[in-house]
Design a protein around this ligand. Structure first.
Ligand code: SF4
Ligand code: SF4
Length: 430
């Protein structure tokens, strides 16, 4: 996302008032999607949120206008970022997004820039879409899991056929139309075993301008129950237990998940190749964000920062939830049809949700050498116990720790090469 220098920003002020920002991931078509990826965490929301059978969950015109107006007026900042997700938002067609842009223009204050990002599975994109995306400067996140064999293992259409060829046509279109895009790659039980195949494919064939990797972690009961890091039930496995291995008959996670160790190994393999050959010319979101933690700044990614709650999620009926990964009834904070967005964003429920991330860190994390870079990672994944039996440890802990230890010296070296101070890690005084 580009940044702008705005002469109206003075310290923490904009237009003479304190800067106020928020971020919402809007789902104008909810969990509805044209394809059927096995590991999608959102498709099951159709049942959980009780979408009415036979009814399209598409956001109504009135709700859309209300949302856009309210989202703009609730913020005081030189830039306002709208994020559109699904399900598959491109199912709504270019015309829907033309309306979005027209409404944004209608309510945008003079000296404010509005930016849009859109996440897509890339199967419905054509020239018309690209012309729209280019004209309106959308940043697009494209889901692609690697070479055909790996991508098509899970990213299939409703008849079970792989979507790889369609997505690669979209990649060509994006390059042809010079669309700003990033790639989003799910690290599951298969992709995690083939890190270099995935990385080299994204680098050399997709020519991804920015690679984002998402570890796929879902407890078997995720369709019905929200993650609960405070659950201290005797049956919850400890780190290292066999029941945490995806595919094990007693496993508590879905078989397509990445294991903790495989996650660490995946990051290490890619990091080593990137560090040796590609640094400066290939962009990997995790590595660039983690480098900030080594330099003493805050990691810009919520998953690795100290608090949550900066990004809410909105369903097409206007219901707002604390986070995209906590769209469960008990995490609903309100509705844009009844509540002001500013009130929801700054509510005590939202604040508590955010602070729980640091307040509920188990002792193991508090004493960890890499707490500064990890902060116990995403609370969605904190469902195992430490070896000592303390609840709330992150399922991916072993992998994260292995990666941080492995890359520690190299992150410090990168900062020294950039003539920046090394504030954290074991090599601050070398
Ligand atoms: S729950 Fe996870 S995804 Fe949501 S804000 Fe917190 S760290 Fe980010
Ligand atoms: S690496 Fe493990 S122990 Fe360290 S902060 Fe992350 S989750 Fe906690």
């Amino acid at each position: 996302m580009s940044t702008i220098l705005n002469s109206n920003v003075v310290n923490n002020n904009f237009n003479g008032k304190e800067i106020k920002r928020m971020h919402i991931m809007a789902k104008p078509i909810g969990a509805v999607c044209n394809i059927d990826c096995n590991y999608c965490y959102y498709l099951s929301k159709q049942g959980l949120l009780d979408y009415k059978k036979g009814c399209s969950p598409e956001i109504e015109d009135e709700t859309l206008e209300h949302y856009i107006r309210n989202y703009i007026t609730s913020q005081n900042a030189p830039q306002i970022i709208f994020s559109w997700q699904g399900g598959e938002p491109t199912l709504l067609g270019v015309d829907f997004f033309e309306r979005v842009v027209a409404l944004q223009d209608k309510y945008c204050p003079n000296n404010v820039e509005i930016l849009n990002d859109l996440q897509t599975n890339g199967t419905l994109i054509d020239d018309k879409w690209c012309q729209f995306l280019k004209r309106n400067n959308f940043l697009v996140g494209l889901s692609i899991d690697g070479p055909q064999m790996l991508h098509d293992s899970y990213r299939t259409n409703k008849s079970g056929r792989g979507t790889f060829n369609k997505v690669m046509k979209t990649v060509d279109l994006f390059h042809k139309h010079q669309i700003q895009f990033t790639t989003l790659t799910c690290v599951n039980n298969l992709t995690s075993r083939n890190p270099l195949e995935v990385y080299r494919f994204l680098r050399d064939e997709v020519r991804s301008p920015m690679m984002q990797f998402i570890p796929i972690v879902e407890k078997r009961d995720f369709r019905e129950f929200a993650p609960d890091s405070t659950n201290n039930n005797l049956l919850i496995p400890k780190q290292g237990d066999k029941s945490l291995i995806p595919g094990n008959s007693r496993s508590i996670v879905e078989p397509w998940c990445v294991s903790d160790v495989a996650w660490g190994n995946f990051l290490i393999a890619i990091f080593d190749e990137w560090y040796q050959k590609d640094i400066g010319r290939v962009h990997i979101q995790y590595f660039e964000a983690i480098l900030q933690a080594w330099s003493g700044r805050q990691n810009p990614m919520c998953t690795l920062g100290p608090v949550c709650g900066k990004g809410m999620a909105m369903e097409p009926n206007g219901d707002v939830y604390t986070c995209d990964h906590f769209v469960y009834p008990e995490y609903k904070t309100g509705s844009i049809l009844e509540d002001d967005l500013e009130t929801l964003a700054y509510s005590s429920k939202q604040a508590m949700f955010g602070l729980d991330k640091i307040n509920q860190l188990p002792k193991k994390c508090q004493q960890c050498d890499y707490q500064f870079a990890c902060f116990g990672e995403c609370p969605k994944n904190r469902f195992i116990k430490t070896e000592n039996g303390e609840a709330g440890l992150n399922y991916l802990c072993a992998g994260w720790h292995k990666f941080f230890s492995h890359a520690d010296k190299d992150f410090s070296q990168i900062l020294r090469t950039l003539k920046q101070p090394v504030a954290n890690g074991k090599y601050t005084h070398v």
